[in-house]
Design a protein around this ligand. Structure first.
Ligand code: SF4
Length: 253
């Protein structure tokens, strides 16, 4: 009689504790994110995006390609960024900088233009520097903080924010313009998420960049109002910007 060996390999494996717990956390985070009210304005932090078509998708709340919906991990990455920003605020204050991040009512400072269709919320304003830094940091200065992995952080340190991250430079210029903080260079702080190293860069106001960024916002809004699509950034979907774009399938189908 032929031997029958029992094959247990096809039974679904029960999830490990880590998998089960993470699935619960991710489900909760994604559900919570789904209840957030839709943003019905162009965010100043996004206007440096090199693709105007993508800005239209964002403004019009066009659904992302299903496989690119925000995952629990992506939402945790956003949350970790906020923690680094809070830490940087504390570190600068301990060093003697008078850094204001909220109004007396507890609200973030910001601006709203074009009948509320372009808005931005700033990380803070340095209103006074400690005596030993007053020759370096003029005030009042817009403060912008980003956290980055080691590779991106080193790139910012090496090349400067304008060359390494033009999208941040556009944000800084626009925010300086709309907040009336153009006299003193902005203070841009970058936190290395891997090593906790800090980088600070003084970013002089770039009026041409602020104007170009503001003009881009007007162009995006006008096209959306007219029901027209602005040109794609590339002629082919394998362009690096498209390869990681959440609207790639929709855009090129
Ligand atoms: S797929 Fe490419 S062209 Fe289309 S919105 Fe995204 S980045 Fe722009």
């Amino acid at each position: 009689m032929a031997e029958h060996s029992l094959d247990f390999n096809h039974r679904p494996k029960p999830p490990t504790a880590a998998e089960a717990i993470n699935a619960l956390i991710d489900t909760a985070l994604v559900a919570e994110n789904g209840t957030r009210p839709r943003r019905d304005y162009l965010g100043g932090s996004r206007l440096g995006d090199p693709c105007v078509r993508r800005l239209q998708y964002e403004f019009l709340d066009v659904p992302r390609d299903p496989e690119t919906a925000f995952s629990g991990q992506t939402l945790r990455i956003f949350a970790v960024g906020h923690v680094f920003e809070d830490l940087a605020i504390g570190w600068l204050r301990r060093a003697g900088f008078d850094l204001r991040t909220r109004s007396r009512a507890g609200e973030q400072f910001g601006f709203s233009v074009a009948a509320g269709r372009v808005q931005g919320h700033i990380d803070g304003v340095v209103v006074a520097a400690p005596a030993s830094a007053q020759s370096v940091v003029a005030v009042p200065a817009l403060w912008e903080c980003k956290s980055a992995n080691a590779r991106n952080w080193k790139e910012i340190v090496r090349r400067g924010v304008a060359a390494a991250k033009p999208i941040y430079a556009a944000q800084v210029a626009l925010y300086q313009a709309y907040m009336g903080l153009t006299e003193a260079p902005a203070l841009f702080t970058a936190v290395n998420k891997d090593t906790a190293e800090l980088h600070h860069e003084l970013v002089p106001f770039d009026g041409a960049l602020a104007q170009a960024t503001s003009d881009k916002a007007v162009r995006v809004l006008q096209a959306c109002d007219a029901g027209e699509w602005l040109p794609r950034i590339a002629a082919e979907p394998d362009h690096p910007e498209c390869a990681r774009c959440p609207w790639r399938t929709r855009c090129w189908s």
